[in-house]
Design a protein around this ligand. Structure first.
Ligand code: ZN
Ligand code: ZN
Length: 249
């Protein structure tokens, strides 16, 4: 399985990164894991605008879903389109939210472009992937994701404060793509995001192979301090992801 980082900026786009979006590919199937603000631009640079087979939105905060509305234009109006209807998995309300973001009531439904599926805690098959999702600690309904393919495991925290569900889901993952929005010592609101240290602790408890830190808030973050905080808690390899990074497991 191959993971391409399209966007990794937390909360809003940064000067050098779009918001959360990760293209996960295996056996010729491309899954867009989150589709945050600005990531369609990166999709054209690091991927293929046409070649997305499914979308999974971990939650309905703008920085994780806005470009799934924008992407409707491509699927519906490309000169060689329309492209086949494709599945979108999201928490409850995804269909209504994307429809509202796309346009006014007279624009109609998006059902010609997307088939909508509601996430619930549990497992299902999606293309070549065995997918497991579980609710994590964030103010809106949010699912962390575990993708398994050919004996390899990618876990993605989505947005989450510390919680047991995240550690369960990341158990022995080869790659753990984990948010690290905060630093210790700041006046962080509870139950919203992880610090670099907490991301490292979750990685250590889950016994993952590699920790990929993401969702740093560009305008306020300190990548080096976040990285160092994570390495104090996790002994394995730690990386700060950037747009265009590719990881293969
Ligand atoms: Zn976010
Ligand atoms: Zn969020």
């Amino acid at each position: 399985m191959k993971v391409t980082v399209l966007g990794c900026a937390g909360s809003f786009p940064g000067p050098e990164a779009a918001c959360s979006a990760y293209l996960v590919e295996a056996d010729g199937f491309s899954l867009m894991l989150d589709f945050g603000t600005g990531s369609m631009s990166a999709l054209q640079r690091f991927g293929d605008l046409k070649r997305v087979d499914a979308i999974l939105l971990t939650h309905l905060h703008c920085d994780h879903m806005l470009d799934a509305a924008q992407y409707v234009v491509v699927r519906r109006w490309a000169p060689d389109g329309p492209y086949p209807q494709m599945p979108v998995y999201s928490p409850a309300g995804g269909r209504d939210r994307l429809t509202a973001v796309y346009g006014a009531a007279e624009e109609g439904s998006l059902d010609d472009v997307y088939s909508f599926h509601t996430l619930r805690t549990g497992s299902f098959d999606l293309g070549p992937f065995a997918v497991t999702v579980d609710r994590v600690n964030h103010p809106v309904e949010t699912y962390a994701v575990r993708l398994e393919h050919d004996g390899k495991v990618l876990a993605y925290s989505a947005d989450s404060g510390p919680c047991e569900a995240l550690i369960r889901l990341a158990q022995h993952a080869d790659l753990f793509l984990c948010e690290a929005s905060y630093l210790d010592g700041e006046d962080n609101p509870p139950d919203l995001h992880l610090t670099g240290r907490e991301a490292g602790e979750a990685a250590a408890k889950a016994g993952v192979g590699q920790l990929l830190l993401t969702h740093l808030v560009s305008a306020w973050g300190n990548p080096q301090a976040t990285y160092e905080a994570a390495t104090t808690a996790f002994n394995g390899p730690v990386y700060l992801v950037r747009p265009g990074d590719r990881y293969e497991i």
